[in-house]
Design a protein around this ligand. Structure first.
Ligand code: UN1
Length: 505
């Protein structure tokens, strides 16, 4: 397999081609490991406290100019960014694979998701609209206008190291905001590459305020600086529920907006009428894809008693034979776990599951290149929804449980403290509609006959309860990045008061 020098050389070549200067990734104090082999492929500089303040202040200054640029013109910048991403898709996709360990197909898919949101945001830049509302007063007009908000902070996680930034940044930029980004400390290289591509687009755009989009590499202190700074009006944070519990109160205390996309413990319900071929593929992709490291990963599978014995052997066979290995190789479906901590969390969960009556299939370490952590995904038959099943473990573990009525399965689905994504496999329209109804799944995403992961950007993305309630990407998510003003205009010559109130002077 590839030796040490080759992976870091390849990384340097990719970064160089995307316009990142070598000083940015060869002389710092923070080592960056590739999960493919665990070797150090680069070193980066952490931003200090003063760098954070400077970047946020520069972003605020940029915002003051940018907010007055017409939105369709702002869209032009995002259109150019989309072009740069198209041109760099294969390089950036491979860099995502090297840094986050996801398969090349998924790395490229992630860049495609960035391109898609850019396209969406360009159209949106001509569709930022408010309502006009009927008023009770004669010769008056009432309407809503939407204005740029300010500096938007983006905190993103390792598993979608670039797409999550783009869901926020593409929208924020057309909405007239400036963006300061703190990527995961595990994936700074892809962030540097994206920043370089943004700067290319900015140069082509021409007259752009400096500081409009900045990246701050570093650990927890950088996130804290972003969350605490009063110039940052919105923080969009993706990561664990534990992180959200730290971020949310700080934002609340200074009345800033929080857009939180936190943990998920996503389930699928398999009903008696389900198409089992389709269910098998949907469950396999959602549970094992990205080595179980998506926030939308399928973690709980509820199978109706009547089909349990038909589905389970097929699922076990898929788990036993799935191709695990170097994520750069075309036929690999499962790459490495991100790091040793994630391996330890997986081991702990499997030990707990066994103690709680579970029967574990898989979960063992398999050979891979270098010191990368490669594991066979685990399928765990559970006697009930015990504590370990209700805990999100960010690793490829699928708990399988039986159920006997749809109401019971919906209750199991909704018992999780998180509420991100969910799905049902059924050919019965009543069951499908019930699952999507007010008394069905309580999640932000409820799918029918597809798994819970792999959403496209046109819909609003996010979830309820411990998932944090935020919505990113499509639908009307853009509104989170703008401030709303209600305007009442009197074009008459008298002053009627609302609610019949009299005040004659
Ligand atoms: C995440 O894991 O943080 O729906 C986001 C999906 C992807 C996004 C996942 N489009 O699986």
């Amino acid at each position: 397999m590839s030796g040490g020098a080759r992976l870091s050389d390849e990384t340097a070549a990719l970064l160089g081609r995307m316009g990142v200067e070598s000083a940015a990734f060869s002389h710092g104090d923070r080592p960056v490991a590739s999960p493919i082999t665990s070797e150090i492929v680069a070193t980066v500089h952490d931003a200090g406290e003063a760098d954070c303040v400077r970047a946020i202040e520069a972003a605020h200054q940029a915002f003051l100019t940018w907010r007055a640029v017409p939105a369709p013109r702002r869209g032009e910048l995002v259109r150019l960014l989309g072009e740069e991403l198209r041109a760099a898709k294969s390089d950036l996709g491979l860099l995502v694979t090297i840094e986050a360990g996801k398969t090349l197909s998924e790395g490229l898919g992630e860049v495609q998701e960035m391109i898609d949101i850019c396209d969406y945001a360009v159209g949106l830049s001509r569709q930022l609209f408010g309502l006009t509302i009927a008023t009770e007063r004669p010769d008056h007009r009432m309407m809503e206008t939407w204005h740029p908000l300010g500096v938007v902070g983006v905190i993103s996680a390792f598993n979608f190291p670039v797409a999550v930034w783009s869901w926020n940044a593409a929208l924020a930029l057309v909405c007239g905001d400036a963006v300061v980004w703190k990527p995961s400390e595990k994936t700074p290289l892809t962030a540097l590459a994206v920043q370089a591509l943004f700067e290319r687009a900015a140069r082509r755009f021409g007259d752009i305020p400096t500081g409009l989009s900045k990246v701050l590499i570093g650990g927890r202190e950088v996130g804290e600086a972003l969350v605490a700074n009063p110039l940052v009006r919105l923080v969009s944070a993706t990561g664990s529920t534990a992180m959200g519990r730290v971020v949310a109160p700080v934002l609340a205390a200074r009345f800033a907006r929080a857009l939180l996309e936190l943990g998920g413990n996503n389930a699928a319900i398999v009903c008696p009428s389900a198409d089992l071929d389709l269910t098998l593929r949907g469950a396999a992709f959602s549970a094992m894809g990205t080595a179980g490291q998506r926030c939308t990963t399928l973690r709980r599978l509820f199978v109706h008693d009547s089909i349990y014995d038909a589905l389970l052997p097929r699922l076990k066979a898929a788990y036993a034979s799935v191709r695990i290995g170097d994520p750069r190789e075309a036929d690999t479906l499962i790459g490495p776990l991100i790091d040793a901590a994630s391996h330890a969390a997986m081991d702990r969960a499997l030990t707990d599951a066994t103690a709680q009556g579970g029967r574990v299939h898989g979960g063992e370490r398999v050979a891979g290149p270098g010191e990368g952590i490669y594991l066979r995904p685990a399928l765990v038959e559970m006697p009930g929804q015990t504590a370990v099943v209700l805990r999100e473990t960010f690793a490829p573990i699928l708990y399988v449980l039986r159920f006997s009525s749809l109401d019971e399965a919906i209750a199991l689905n909704n018992d999780a403290p998180q509420g991100l994504s969910s799905s049902i496999f059924t050919n019965d329209v009543r069951e499908a509609e019930r699952f999507c109804s007010a008394v069905g799944s309580d999640c932000g995403i409820a799918n029918v006959n597809i798994g819970p992961s792999g959403a496209e950007i046109g819909g609003a993305f996010g979830g309820e309860k411990e998932t944090g309630g935020g919505r990113e990407a499509g639908s009307d998510s853009w509104r989170a990045y703008m401030r709303r003003a209600t305007n009442t205009v009197n074009y008459g010559s008298s002053l009627p008061l609302a609610q019949g109130v009299r005040f004659e002077i």
